[in-house]
Design a protein around this ligand. Sequence first.
Ligand code: FES
Length: 145
Amino acid sequence: MRRHGYAPSALIETLHTIQEAFGHISTEALAYVADSLNVPHSKVLGVATFYNHFNMKPLGKHVFSVCTGTACFVKGSGEIVEFMKSEYGLEPGETTPDGNLTFTVARCVGACGLAPVMILDGNVVGKLSIEDMKVRIREWLSHDA
Ligand code: FES
């Protein structure tokens, strides 16, 4: 904020910086930014919740996302969402009680040619059958058990 002279236009960059530093944007941080940039609290909350990129809750040690954009959904990514619910009890946006894993869904990540796409700790994995994806998820999670 200081770098930008506390200009209200620095809001998104400030939110990015907070997330980079802390992994998520807390309620306290939102209030601090609103007061410091002299922007209404409602606007800061609106911006932070509008963009999927911003996390309002702490993330787990690992983050697993499945793309539910059109191309991936047609190729069965919705089945992975159901699988995460039935196998691990996770709805999109939830973290396991031990804090080990956060499950999220993403809109198109720009890799439609690889559909269906999943992202494991930032690594894009695609062109797998739904059954292979399930195997991969189980393997990935069992390494950390
Ligand atoms: S729809 Fe999944 S990468 Fe585009």
